[in-house]
Write a protein that binds this ligand. Sequence first.
Ligand code: EPZ
Length: 418
Amino acid sequence: MDKIIIKGGKKLSGEVEISGSKNSSLPILFASLLTDEPCEIKNVPSLADVDTTINFLNFIGKKTIKTGNTVNTFVSKKYKHVAPYDLVRKMRASVLVMGTLLARLKRVDVSLPGGCSIGARPINIHLEAFRKMQVKISVDEGYVKLSADKRLKGANIKLHFASVGATENILLAAVLAEGKTVINNAACEPEIVDLSNFLNKMGAKISGSGSKRIVVIGVKKLSGTSHEVIPDRIEAATYIISAAITKGEIVLKNAAAVHIKTVIEKLKKSGLLIKEMKNSIYVKWVKNLKPQNIKTAVYPGFPTDVQAQWMALQCLLKGSAVIEENVFENRFMHVLELQRLGANLTIDGKKVYVKGVNKLSGAPVMVSDLRAGAALVLAGLAADEKTTISRIYHLDRGYDMLEKKLRKLGADIKRVHA
Ligand code: EPZ
């Protein structure tokens, strides 16, 4: 299995290109199932999860090809209605196939997604919403079987938690449903807005995306379209923190600062110099940063997907910080690995207490999930000596050309095929 080896201590400097958003690309790719006409989706990152989704679409019956960062989908033959375990277990976002196939076929059997290392990740919110749209649901032999006797009916839905995936799944089902659907307490993430923009270009009638209340008027048919995916805000936040933790100076190109305001404000408060331009972000370490407490929350709160990277930075700041994780029930897998590098961290329920240390020392560490992996890379960039990171296939799911981009910024980082 491949490993990443980092020799820490190099200040990062230069320019980094931010890729298209993973968490926007995946639902948009699934949304292409809603039309038989060709779609063109640009600025799609080269990631394992994108490849998994493309394989999934081809398996279902939607011919899909990626050339560079552009994905083209073509006229489909008859869709399969089953999403097998070996596809769903690889990527939780596979559950988004439910909304699309219910809309197109009025039936879908999806293998239960299973947990992952950041929690059980149930789909009860998705299923409660589909029931309201007159979908019958049963669980049999590890599969969730959903079906409707006729065209789905729009419904008034209230999410007890502003789930991103559930909001996306409901949108994918509602755009072709009969009548009006209202989603109350909807997720407001930029990825929801990007998906809605794509669907509206296809002829859907969605309003209110980006707010807590989204209204969809169902239509009979959707057409093909062309769309450019928004930049990846979590990748951008990760690179900004890479400049902070190595005391460097970098420019992020094709980055949308507006999507990570909460992270940028916290870093400015910490003492990092950040200048936001229209499509780029300038970052410079100018003085010792002050630790900052965070509490993760749904958008526009501090993103849970930046919590691990934030923790890596706080480990090396003089003073202490409290990090509270409120979105996932088990998103502290990176704590044990950061401790192996010398971090002073104490877990207490959903909080981690960080006491800054003067230095981190390189060591062999293991990635448990995508963003935990990002935290270990960031810590390795700042640690003395050598850090060897294994199970980096988690990183390949969400970071496009990670080592290449970091090497270009001056990091001493390489991938070895063990
Ligand atoms: C999306 O996951 C993202 N993934 C995650 O990013 C991100 O961390 C998460 O949203 C929160 O922002 C993609 O977009 C592909 P949720 P999703 O449904 O949709 C609970 C990354 O690193 N919940 O908003 O799965 C759930 O257990 C990934 O790029 C239910 O209880 O997140 C979790 O505790 C990691 N029942 C919380 O809600 C449900 O039916 C948030 O989940 C659904 C969710």
